[in-house]
Design a protein around this ligand. Structure first.
Ligand code: ATP
Ligand code: MG
Length: 230
């Protein structure tokens, strides 16, 4: 279908509503240059996660367009678009399979060792080993007990393994202890270094490091710039 090579993202006058009459995003325009990290911040309900969902094409825009490397994503096959993007949603839902396959998902050629290395990098390896069946533990049926933040770390491990050109991260609002947070940020910094990253950021440490911050208010970009300029 096509090959994205750079990882540049353009939102051009994007408008979107989930239900008729209630506009959620209004004329949203911004550019993320290849390799940059953009932090999306703003009050609850301002449209941050919606931006992530549109870029992954959970929904199509109703006005304007979204381009990756100059190509309108609405004209790209969903599979090829998604092979190019890694997404860590706000509320990660795991697949009804074992935890190893949940991490391997999207990179079926990865070895068990690579899966475990990704889990170590996402700081979820020890938690997985604490289950009697370890990496073979089935998710769902036998009631795998993972918190929201732990499930999100499984999704981070998956993303680390996939190493996509564009990473979309909707940070969990749940508080992590500072050591865990520090470990994960170091791992993400490693994978994100050469990748374009859009992160819905709740943590100041994430916001400070971003190349660009977009402040959303009621579905519009109210302010834009680097941390020390805002
Ligand atoms: P938070 O910080 O709480 O995660 P957010 O900025 O990510 O908030 P969004 O999830 O983008 O907010 O939601 C923006 C608006 O769209 C909210 O008013 C929300 O109620 C509405 N919304 C979100 N998802 C849906 C949906 N599936 N159907 C209808 N409305 C929705
Ligand atoms: Mg959200």
């Amino acid at each position: 279908d096509l090959l994205f090579t750079e990882g540049r993202v353009d939102f051009q006058n994007v408008c979107f509503s989930y239900t008729a009459g209630k506009e959620i995003l209004s004329e949203v325009s911004f550019t993320v240059m290849p390799g940059q990290t953009v932090a999306l911040v703003g009050p609850s309900g301002s449209g941050k996660s919606t931006i992530i969902r549109l870029l992954f094409r959970f929904y199509d825009v109703q006005g304007g367009c979204i381009l990756i490397d100059g190509q309108d994503i609405s004209k790209v096959k969903q599979n090829s678009l998604r092979s190019y993007i890694g997404v860590v949603p706000q509320d990660t839902v795991l697949f009804n399979d074992n935890i190893r396959e949940n991490i391997r998902y999207g990179r079926i050629s990865a070895s068990d060792q690579e899966v475990e290395e990704a889990a170590v990098a996402a700081d979820i390896h020890h938690k997985i080993l604490s289950f009697p069946d370890g990496y073979d533990t089935e998710v769902g049926e036998r009631g795998l007990k993972l918190s929201g933040g732990e499930k999100q770390r499984v999704a981070i491990a998956r993303t680390i393994l996939k190493s996509p050109r564009i990473i979309l991260l909707d940070e969990a609002t749940s508080a992590l202890d500072s050591q865990t947070e520090c470990n994960i940020q170091a791992s993400l910094a490693k994978v994100c270094a050469n990748h374009t990253t859009l992160v819905v950021a709740h943590r100041l440490s994430t916001i400070i490091k971003a190349d660009q911050i977009l402040v959303l208010h009621d579905g519009r970009i109210a302010e834009q710039g680097r941390y020390f300029h805002l």
